[in-house]
Design a protein around this ligand. Structure first.
Ligand SMILES: [Zn+2]
Length: 252
């Protein structure tokens, strides 16, 4: 219930604290319609919980030996290799973009950037207000901004990338288009450069009244490509010269 959690004044409260203090005392005064609905669902769940005065019993069955002793080798393995690797981890984290852009990429592949489809889902926008601010498509989703918007298609085409499939999503990095000559070793960084500036361009249209502009976005891509050159490994830095050939100034 992430929407309800975002309305909490104590997001780290335990179940015991919620039951003792009352759920409403840990929420802000005004809830969105989605949070109000989730509050009702949570109240039903809380109503079925009965706390026991006994201490919690916690076990690690994967790390137990006979006689109640701990299997430390299994515990180390659980701590160091116990998770599931996200399929987008390489795309999001293994590149030379600045940390804030990597974090943006993580939000992007999770579909969590604050575009209009997400504001609609959170009850912050009505359906009428969720159209694309650039091309007026019926719903502005993360994939729409990056791939399917008429402006994004123009941007990728001008870069020299192959057309994006109609159903392309942001969940798998392999669908991201790039020119065929782009070096694979720096491809993730170039992709993030493009996604980052499609997002910044969209925000400038929404918040600063910018008219959609290929010249604008290509200049900012060039500027950041030049800045990011020093972030690449020494023997990859020449790739930036190739990127800049995809991004010459245009007058449209
Ligand atoms: Zn659009």
């Amino acid at each position: 219930m992430p929407e309800l959690l975002s309305h909490s004044t104590a997001p780290s409260a335990t179940v015991q604290q919620v039951l003792r203090a009352g759920l409403d005392s840990l929420l802000v005064a005004r809830l969105s319609s989605t949070a109000e609905r989730q509050r009702g669902e949570l109240m039903v769940l809380l109503g079925s919980i009965h706390l026991s005065p006994a201490a919690d019993r916690r076990t690690l069955p994967l790390c137990a030996r006979e006689g109640g002793r701990l299997k430390t080798g299994a515990l180390y393995k659980l701590c160091s290799d116990g998770g599931v690797r996200d399929e987008n981890a390489t795309f999001v984290w293994h590149n030379s973009a600045p940390p804030r852009v990597k974090f943006f990429a993580w939000l992007l592949v999770k579909g969590r950037i604050q575009c209009r489809s997400n504001l609609l889902r959170k009850g912050i926008l009505e359906e009428d207000g969720s159209r694309c601010p650039i091309c007026d498509a019926h719903l502005e989703t993360p994939a729409h901004i990056m791939f399917h918007c008429s402006f994004a298609r123009q941007f990728w085409a001008a870069l020299g990338s192959p057309p994006v499939a109609d159903g392309a999503t942001l969940g798998v990095a392999s669908v991201c288009p790039l020119p065929a000559t782009a070096p694979a070793r720096s491809a993730s960084t170039l992709r993030l450069l493009c996604f980052w500036h499609l997002w910044k361009h969209r925000n400038s249209v929404v918040f600063e009244g910018l008219s959609p502009s290929l010249s604008w976005i290509r200049k900012r891509c060039r500027d950041d490509a030049t800045l990011w050159r020093a972030r690449l490994p020494l023997d990859h830095r020449a790739d930036v010269d190739l990127w800049l050939t995809y991004l010459p100034p245009v007058r449209l």
